[in-house]
Design a protein. Structure first.
Lengths: 384, 599
């Protein structure tokens, strides 16, 4: 075919050439735009990685530039935006971080991650109202990955924030809601249990420690937590069980050892224990009464108040009590106590009074004295 | 070289072959399709339809070219300045300088026609060169602008995109051998496609081309422009996504008093645009007067100064869309925004006066965004409860500068609406844009594009002057009727009596159907003398009606209709038989003479 000048071609030919040209150009542009998109994505990832490394190396200023650069190449990536906000916060540019996050939130008000970041920022600046609002938005917001875990994390942080601001009632409500949705993870149960302890909700705390122990029976902090709660609640049998297991895990823990020995002393000497024979109960009363008398005697010596007191001088408070104990002492016999439960109660009341006074005057008791105090406080007003 | 219509294959109705004659394209051995089919197709493909088809093809080519152009700019920026937000100091200083040198050599030695505004070059193609834009200009614009913008010159890709589109259109139009008139119109079609692709905003691009290049709404070209713009935007969205050039912040008017701040933004935008134009109008002619050899170094010196600014404020380098995005999303303090606006004016003036090829749309939007953001930031600082986000101000600020600096008020409003997709922003935009436009109009008599074309020694028609012109109307030149008009039902005797009130040689006669005739007094007298009782209509042939005009019509229309008539009746629009006055050629000329004396 003879080569023609472009000017001499017919319109149809030129239109066909145009169509061919368009196909070629479409292909070229397709390849070019694909390469361009990949290049931008790669650059975004590269700068994001640099930003993360700088943030890790405590170089937040550099991280800010890195994340900003990453966002030039991938402007809608929420992860990059959040990390930029994080870097801004780390650099102390709290206002800038807030403004930035608020802008991101304007685009997507239900974004859980953005709300959580805003909540953290508000918490950091003690803006309680905003912090609570954003925490709630984060809890009920939309999460791209691991939604349940992120919501739990947000609620945990909210509880922590409420506790740190003394809003225990609200914190307790949130903790109860949180406890119902926790996954099978011992550390989480333990953490929530500790928070329950902070709001004095020992019952829920113990439940959480137990849940943790069901998942990980040797978990030391859960054993210790459960043991302590049981101990403080006067449930010494349970306390002995948990503390005993804890000591087995960590034999050198002196505090646990001491608590365990007290619990065991309580269990061994508590006359209020059910299913004790009358004889055994009376024996325990006698032992405790004698112990109280001895403690009072020791304390009086320390204080320089002679017991028994000389008859001429006026009686001081401790001496008066010693006299009362001495007076009752002949009655406190196993044989007599076995026949007279009221006497058991009176003897125990007096022994408790003695221990209390000794504690006030001579400091905290140890050993059986401590056990006696614990038995008495656990069964205050109870009758044998 | 432009083809003559006489050489066209199917160039216009006059050039069509006679019936039965072989159709062009069939003769000459084109044997791809059966001859009959080709003949049918060729016959069906009327000029108008082909023009619309060509508009789509232009749109597709322009869109594809602009996609490549944008990739080329970004690629050259990443390659030359690096991918970092703040390039290293040595690159910041060296790249714009060396890039300026290379661009200067290319512009002077290889592509001399790429220098200057693409809008004006397209206008020149329409009004001076019969739609001719050399294709080398397209290639030159592509290469030199990608290099200049990529190396950090403070210029934008929209104006070159517009010219790339216009150049492609011109080339295709010539190859398809359209009539001279069509080829003239085809460059704006390509311009709209190029601009639409660059902005990813077809409506404002169509409006801009009509507002600034063609200057009037003509049905003949509007359809083609819209088709081309839509095709090009479709292509761009296919390859680069449908997102606008920057992420748009959410807008809401928090309190009506905010409108006062938008008015203040209008004033600030008007003053900033005025400063921008004044610097350009002062500096550019002076730089152009320097010895020719300095042209090799002008872009380099501009690049070096921009590099120095870029050491502290790298945002001013290049088109700056990323920074606009960041400004609209509150990533700068108001102080930084204000400083960036100032430095961008300086950097853009340097780049443009230095002769680096590139457009001023993006810098204008940049300055507007920074200025708006700064003002919004100040308001936010003092009245945090009364303001929307700073980003809203940045967005409105873009339109404000566009209205003030480029003096395209309609485009500026629609551009903000189109990119924001939020019609509730229209009130602040209109307030701010109008104020900025009026300030610039008052203190800068010549619009930017007219100024630039005159600096280049070309007097292109000013679209603004056309818009602002108040044309003379018929009512400015007409005279009151000398007497009552005659009616076709008058007897000839009565008509002679009525005609005495008329000082003119002819008297107007109204007909029942609202048409008018003129009858010479002497003829009337002669006829009346022989048959005075007859009705006037008997002596007035139906074919001899005089054209009429209305008082609100332009004066040139009366002139056009005058023909050989001694004068034309001026009749009421709602009552065609009611004579408001008469207008003669002499009246028209007198009015024009009076206007010239007044000028």
């Amino acid at each position: 075919m003879a080569v023609k000048s472009v000017h001499s071609l017919s319109r149809e030919t030129i239109l066909v050439l145009c169509a061919g040209g368009l196909i070629v150009l479409f292909t070229v542009v397709g390849f070019a735009s694909n390469w361009y998109r990949q290049k931008r994505t790669a650059l975004a990832q590269e700068w994001y990685a640099r930003g993360q490394a700088d943030l890790k190396d405590q170089k937040p200023r550099r991280a800010i530039d890195d994340f900003r650069t990453a966002l030039i190449y991938s402007p809608d990536d929420d992860l990059y935006r959040l990390h930029l906000a994080e870097a801004l916060m780390a650099a102390g540019n709290l206002d800038e971080a807030r403004t930035y996050l608020l802008n991101v939130r304007e685009d997507d008000s239900e974004n859980g991650a953005v709300n959580l970041a805003l909540a953290r920022l508000s918490a950091r600046t003690d803006n309680t109202i905003d912090a609570l609002r954003y925490y709630q938005s984060a809890i009920y917001g939309r999460w791209e990955r691991n939604a349940e875990g992120q919501r739990i994390q947000a609620r945990l942080e909210l509880c922590q924030f409420l506790l740190s601001h003394g809003r225990t009632a609200e914190a307790q409500g949130e903790l109860v809601a949180l406890a119902g949705s926790l996954p099978a993870e011992a550390s989480l149960h333990t953490r929530v249990a500790r928070m329950f302890l902070q709001v004095q909700d020992k019952q829920h705390a113990l439940e959480q420690f137990r849940d943790a122990l069901r998942l990980d029976p040797k978990r030391l902090d859960a054993l210790l937590g459960a043991g302590e709660i049981a101990f403080e609640s006067g449930d010494y049998r349970t306390a002995e069980r948990y503390l005993g297991r804890a000591l087995a895990e960590q034999p050198n823990d002196a505090r646990t050892r001491s608590q365990l020995s007290i619990a065991r002393l309580v269990l061994a000497n508590d006359p209020f224990e059910p299913r004790l024979s009358n004889q055994e109960r009376s024996t325990r009363v006698v032992n405790l009464f004698d112990r109280a008398l001895a403690r009072l005697d020791d304390c009086a010596h320390i204080l320089g108040q002679p017991v028994p007191p000389p008859s001429s001088s006026p009686l001081l408070g401790l001496q008066q009590l010693y006299v009362r104990l001495e007076k009752m002492r002949p009655q406190v016999r196993v044989s007599k106590l076995s026949r007279n439960p009221d006497l058991q109660t009176s003897a125990m009341a007096l022994a408790y009074e003695a221990e209390q006074l000794a504690e006030q005057r001579c400091g905290s008791p140890e050993g059986l004295d401590e056990a006696l105090l614990l038995i008495a406080s656990a069964h205050k007003g109870s009758e044998l | 070289m432009t083809p003559s219509p006489t050489t066209s294959h199917l160039g216009g109705p006059d050039a069509r072959p006679a019936a039965g004659a072989p159709l062009p394209g069939i003769q000459g051995g084109n044997v791809w399709l059966p001859a009959r089919l080709r003949a049918l197709r060729a016959a069906a493909m009327a000029e108008d339809n082909l023009f619309l088809l060509l508009a789509v093809i232009i749109g597709l080519f322009s869109g594809l070219s602009v996609v490549l152009f944008r990739i080329a700019i970004d690629w050259s920026r990443i390659t030359l300045l690096g991918s970092a937000l703040s390039p290293p100091a040595w690159r910041t200083l060296l790249v714009p300088t060396l890039g300026g040198l290379v661009v200067a050599v290319l512009v002077i030695k290889v592509f001399p026609l790429v220098r200057g505004s693409g809008v004006n070059q397209t206008k020149a193609a329409v009004y001076i060169y019969d739609g001719y834009i050399p294709f080398s200009t397209v290639i030159g614009k592509f290469i030199t602008c990608a290099l200049a913008i990529g190396s950090g010159q403070s210029l934008g890709p929209e104006d070159p995109s517009l010219q790339i589109g216009a150049g492609i259109a011109s080339a295709l139009g010539r190859r398809l051998q359209f009539s001279r008139e069509r080829i003239r119109l085809i460059a704006p079609v390509g311009a709209a496609a190029g601009l639409a692709a660059a902005f990813n905003a077809p409506i404002s691009s169509v409006l801009f081309v009509i507002e600034e290049v063609i200057g009037r709404w003509t049905a003949g070209v509007l359809g083609a422009i819209v088709l081309a713009a839509v095709s090009s935007v479709t292509v761009v969205r296919l390859f680069l996504g449908s997102e606008p050039l920057f992420r748009i912040p959410a807008y809401r008017l928090v309190h009506p008093t905010e409108l006062l701040v938008y008015a203040a933004l209008g004033i600030a935008g008007g003053l900033a645009s005025l400063l921008f134009v004044k610097i350009l109008s002062y500096a550019r002619p002076r730089v152009r007067m320097l010895p020719p050899w300095t042209r090799y170094f002008q872009p380099a010196i501009a690049g070096l100064i921009i590099g120095v600014i870029g050491l502290r404020f790298p945002q001013v380098m290049g088109a700056g869309y990323d920074s606009m995005d960041q400004a609209m999303h509150n990533q700068y303090t108001w102080q930084i925004l204000a400083v960036l606006a100032g430095f961008k004016i300086l950097a853009t003036c340097l780049s443009f006066t230095g002769g680096a090829p590139g457009g001023m749309f993006a810098p204008t939007l940049f300055i507007g965004a920074m200025l708006g953001g700064a003002l919004g930031g100040v308001e936010h600082h003092f009245f945090p409860r009364l303001t929307a986000s700073v980003g809203s101000y940045a967005l409105v600020g873009m339109g404000t500068l566009f209205a003030g600096f480029l003096r395209a008020p309609m485009t500026s409003v629609f551009m903000v609406l189109e990119v924001s997709g939020n019609y509730s922003i229209i009130v602040p935009v209109m307030i701010s844009n109008t104020i900025a436009y009026l300030i610039n109009l008052k203190y800068q008599p010549t619009a930017l594009f007219d100024l630039l074309s005159r600096q280049e020694g070309v007097d292109l028609p000013s679209m603004e002057e056309l818009r602002e012109q108040s044309p003379l109307l018929v009512e400015d030149a007409m005279r009151a009727p000398s007497g009552p008009p005659l009616h076709e039902d008058d007897t000839l005797a009565a008509a002679v009596a009525k005609s005495k009130a008329w000082s003119t040689s002819h008297v107007p006669v109204s007909h029942w159907d609202g048409t008018w005739s003129l009858i010479a007094k002497n003829v009337l007298k002669q006829e009346a003398a022989t048959r005075g009782a007859d009705l006037l209509r008997a002596i007035l042939p139906v074919s001899d009606r005089v054209p009429v005009v209305h008082s609100d019509q332009p004066l040139y229309m009366a002139m056009r209709r005058m023909g050989e008539w001694p004068y034309l009746p001026v009749v009421h629009r709602a009552a065609f038989t009611r004579l408001q006055g008469t207008i003669s050629l002499d009246d028209i000329l007198k009015r024009y003479r009076a206007l010239r004396i007044a000028d």
